[in-house]
Design a protein around this ligand. Structure first.
Ligand SMILES: C[S@@+](CC[C@H](N)C(=O)[O-])C[C@H]1O[C@@H](n2cnc3c(N)ncnc32)[C@H](O)[C@@H]1O
Length: 206
């Protein structure tokens, strides 16, 4: 796992996630927004794959589903969107069979929906379930971005759980951790997980 500071370009971690994903997403790709919230990441993903690809967007709150729908409708970007009101830990029940193994990008933006009920938050248990599900359906050269916040109740434990999950990944996965130059115990961190199938160790024929 490599740690990097992100002060130089003055982009937010969320914008940096977009810049990283832009380079690898193609117009026919299937991608996932695991926490659609106010729809900013879904809109970004839709713009990368519209109209030929597919964006699966998950959230447990109807407020978030509505906000995401409105944002993409106003931007005329609804074409590739599959909005799913369900926990991301159930994602395998919702991804089409033909997209399994072909998911090019997965975005997790953890925590709570800004300006709403701060009790409705992602949790370590369901986040780890979702990360394992997402990992199992990636395309070769896919990237998962995981933006974690430690400042709210449960956030520190969740960020530690994500860090441990990243640390135990096999050699097909490379992980970078980006954080702001003024990092502290509660500043957000962006985990960038790159999957390269050919990095797996060859089996030895005897
Ligand atoms: C920080 S917000 C996401 C922001 C969003 N990506 C955007 O671009 O506006 C976190 C979201 O995670 C959602 N959430 C919490 N638990 C979840 C779960 N188990 N599955 C999916 N979404 C969940 C919350 O309802 C909230 O909307």
């Amino acid at each position: 796992m490599t740690n990097r500071s992100s002060g130089a370009k003055r982009l937010s971690l969320s914008q940096q996630a977009h810049e990283i994903l832009k380079k690898i997403i193609n117009e026919k790709d299937a991608v996932i927004d695991a926490t659609c919230g106010n729809g900013y990441d879904s809109l970004f993903l839709s713009r990368q794959v519209s109209p030929l690809g597919c964006v699966y967007s998950f959230d447990i709150q109807s407020m978030a589903i509505d906000a995401t729908y409105r944002r993409l409708q106003e931007a005329n970007a609804l074409a590739p969107l599959k909005l799913i009101r369900a926990g991301h830990e159930q994602m395998l029940d919702h991804i089409r069979q033909e997209d399994c193994g072909k998911i090019k990008a997965v975005m997790f933006n953890l925590g709570y929906l800004p300006h709403s009920d701060k009790q409705v938050i992602t949790t370590s248990k369901t986040t780890l379930m979702a990360l394992n599900s997402a990992k199992s359906i990636l395309a070769d050269s896919a990237i998962m971005t995981i933006l974690v916040y430690s400042g709210h109740e449960g956030g520190f434990d969740e960020s530690q759980a994500v860090q441990r999950w990243c640390a135990q990944l096999s050699e097909e996965f490379e992980v970078d951790v980006l954080q702001s130059i003024r990092a502290s115990a509660v500043t957000p961190q962006l985990f960038v997980v790159r999957y390269t199938a050919s990095n797996s160790k060859p089996t030895l024929d005897r």
